[in-house]
Design a protein around this ligand. Structure first.
Ligand code: 13P
Ligand code: SF4
Length: 322
């Protein structure tokens, strides 16, 4: 852990950094009365120093319930934005403001407003991986861990727009038997897994169970014996009697899988090319060093207009109630 932090430190000599970044972060946490929330796709060092690690729903709940004055969000922009929507009076820091999300980017407010206007009788359910502007145009927010449950609670005759992830939308359609009008967005990471390489892995590792996040394409999901959010995948690996897993989601989560089930073997599902594109390039922009600097300098901070915040809060609260 210390070695990685040292290596990161050497990359930005322009910044004065303490010798022990981890101790310095602990001190800043007290000074700021801060809580560090981290997603499972963060670098292992960040996961290890976080006060709370979780999937999008667990992180939103943790943000809603925290007593801290400062939330340091080790995740991507839409996650930190959700924390700010729930906590307008708190300082919400994101170590790197460029930590975006391809799914959120695939749904721009102007285009989405036009799409919505064409279907005025539809209820809008949006996946939490979207901007505050899209949330403000939505009726209910969902995450990968509650999307099926939320759609199931809507009367059958009510038509629904589901945005922005077409893969999660298709999966929800399959699970609920409902016909959803899908926005055609997707995650660059979850669309990178190669079905062919997963099948090859299943042949060479016949004891291994394939598990997948619902943001994956149908061609990958059909090889999975379990499909779920990051938190659900983690729980499944712990409880399943299997000793080997092929994991079709961002491999950052394998750090927690390995910690919770040290004797099991986790194989990251490979991408099409010989590259690291199964790692989320946005999540991985955050580093321990940037996290320290964000706390020290109280920036970059998440801000938004009060109008947007209030409009985005309503569908998030509806999700939390449902
Ligand atoms: P989870 O809510 O399952 O953690 O998903 C977040 C995400 O960004 C998946 O790509
Ligand atoms: Fe967005 Fe995909 Fe990265 Fe998740 S893994 S934050 S959906 S780009």
């Amino acid at each position: 852990m210390f070695t990685t932090a040292l290596a990161q430190r050497q990359k930005t000599p322009q910044d004065e950094l303490p010798l022990d970044l981890f101790a310095a972060i602990e001190e800043l946490k007290t000074e700021l009365n801060a809580v560090i929330l981290a997603h499972y796709y963060q670098d292992p060092d960040i996961q290890d120093l976080a006060d709370f690690i979780g999937d999008s729903l667990q992180l939103a709940k943790a943000a809603a319930n925290t007593q801290a004055d400062t939330i340091v969000f080790a995740g991507v922009h839409f996650m930190a934005e959700t924390a700010k929507i729930l906590n307008p009076d708190k300082l919400v820091l994101l170590p790197d403001l460029n930590a975006g999300c391809s799914l959120a980017d695939s749904c721009q407010p102007e285009a989405f407003a036009a799409f919505k206007a064409k279907h005025p009788d539809h209820l809008v359910i949006s996946y939490i991986n979207c901007s505050a502007e899209i949330k403000a145009m939505s009726d209910i927010i969902c995450t990968s861990s509650n999307a099926v449950k939320i759609v199931e609670q809507i009367p059958k005759e009510q038509p629904i727009i589901f945005a922005p992830d077409r893969n999660l939308g298709r999966y929800v359609m399959e699970q609920t038997g409902r016909d959803l009008l899908l926005w055609q967005g997707s995650c660059i990471v979850h669309e990178t897994f190669s079905e062919k390489k997963i099948v090859q892995l299943k042949i060479t590792h016949p004891q291994a169970e394939a598990i997948a996040h619902p943001e994956c394409e149908t061609s990958v999901l059909r090889h999975a014996s379990f499909i779920g959010s990051t938190a659900a995948l983690l729980k499944y690996c712990q409880n399943s009697p299997s000793q080997q897993f092929i994991v079709a989601t961002e491999p950052g989560i394998i750090h927690q899988m390995q910690k919770l089930a040290p004797n099991k073997h986790f194989i990251p599902a490979p991408p099409y090319n010989d590259c690291n594109c199964n790692e989320c390039p946005f999540m991985r922009l955050n580093t321990v060093e940037k996290l320290y600097l964000a706390m020290k300098n109280r920036t970059p901070e998440i801000t938004m207009s009060e109008d947007i915040r209030l409009a985005a809060l309503r569908p998030i609260q509806r999700m939390l109630e449902m």
